[in-house]
Design a protein around this ligand. Structure first.
Ligand code: SF4
Length: 362
């Protein structure tokens, strides 16, 4: 245990003792899943898994947005990058994700115009400053980033910008949790629900999941003590066989979430089925740009030929994103696949399970 990361090591010791006591009351070994990539990072960084009792198995889920974006989307982005007159604007991690045969980084080295931006609004500015180019922003991620992309599309419409669009692969969070809960092989008993996503969607968003499947949910913050407390709250629910939805992160997350951000998302996007790397097609788990904004939908605006998607041979990202395998069970981990030369998406993003394991071990 890294004592320095706990503001109050005494409280940390109490939590760990409490976890041991709760684990002794469990009827069997239980599986908990952290769904958020930032939780995965924090758990690895602070060695929290090593503090858990034997009866508690903590697995990582599909909470890293770059990791769950399918190969076909990268191939689509590559096809756009190869098209004359198009400039791609994207967050940095995306350029390193391997597609079927190449990555955006390789395409950039071959001369494609691909710019790294820090916000979708930077891409809008790029479009204003380069009227002769078509600027396509790569819109990926969960409810945390979707409002800013919605805001960028609204701003482009307000400015009447003809050369800005978004290649949309936004996803929503509760649906994959339902898909994973329904997977009998996995048997998830409880979820550490994602913190940032929950600030937008609110605690109530998980209630249908808990009610339908009888699975325990605790919205949990990112600090090491938050995570230990979140796990303790899950164990308490499991010990008393009273699965429900609780909020450990009430200092930021409200029951109904951020209703203004939800309204902005609903104005620009509508729900759709979505393809997830490793999890396949999940009904209602994605967002598509509404017809009123179709001028800003790159998939509608540009017709490109996309090669059939091919997963990297030997890569186990799919099983890792479902929590069925750990990174070290992939034969390519640390040999053919490293952060410098990633084979799969889970080794690219700093929030990816393989990247976190490579960096911190556990
Ligand atoms: Fe995929 Fe690399 Fe992780 Fe293996 S180690 S699952 S190849 S990302």
């Amino acid at each position: 245990m890294d004592q320095n990361v706990f503001r109050d090591p005494q409280i940390a010791r109490q939590f760990i003792k409490r976890l041991q006591q709760q684990a002794e009351q469990l009827p069997r070994r239980v599986t908990l899943m952290e769904v958020c990539g930032t939780h995965t990072m924090a758990i690895h960084q602070h060695g929290l898994r090593s503090l858990l009792p034997e009866q508690v198995r903590l697995v990582s889920g599909p909470g890293c947005p770059v990791c769950v974006t399918p190969v076909g989307y990268i191939d689509h982005a590559v096809a756009l990058a190869r098209s004359p007159g198009i400039t791609l604007a994207t967050f940095g991690d995306m350029v390193r994700v391997p597609g079927s045969t190449t990555s955006l980084l390789e395409e950039k080295a071959r001369g494609a115009d691909i710019r790294i931006v820090y916000s979708p609004l930077d891409a809008v500015k790029l479009a204003q400053n380069n009227p002769e180019r078509q600027i396509v922003f790569l819109g990926i991620g969960f409810e945390t980033t979707t409002p800013t992309v919605a805001g960028a599309i609204v701003q482009a419409q307000t400015l009447d910008l003809p050369n800005f669009s978004v290649l949309c692969a936004h996803k929503t969070m509760p649906e994959p949790m339902s898909a994973l809960t329904a997977d009998k092989e996995l048997q998830v008993d409880g979820y550490l629900c994602p913190a940032n996503v929950s600030t937008i969607i609110g605690v109530d968003a998980y209630r249908p999941l808990a009610e339908q499947y009888g699975v325990c949910c605790v919205v949990t913050g990112f600090e090491p003590l938050d995570i230990l407390q979140g796990i303790s709250m899950l164990l308490e629910q499991l010990c008393t066989a009273a699965c429900t939805v609780e909020n450990q992160y009430s200092r930021y997350v409200k029951e109904q979430g951020n209703t203004k951000a939800q309204a902005l998302i609903a104005k620009v996007f509508s729900p759709c089925d979505s393809q997830w790397r490793g999890l396949g097609l999940i009904p209602g788990s994605g967002l598509e740009i509404r017809a009123e904004f179709h001028n800003y939908d790159a998939a509608q605006k540009f017709s490109v030929e996309i090669e059939p998607a091919r997963e990297a041979k030997g890569c186990c990202c799919g099983e890792i994103l479902k929590g069925k395998l750990g990174p070290r069970q992939c034969p390519l981990f640390g040999t053919r696949c490293t952060p410098e030369n990633p084979v799969g998406a889970c080794m690219v993003s700093s929030e990816g399970t393989c990247a976190a394991e490579y960096r911190y071990g556990c």
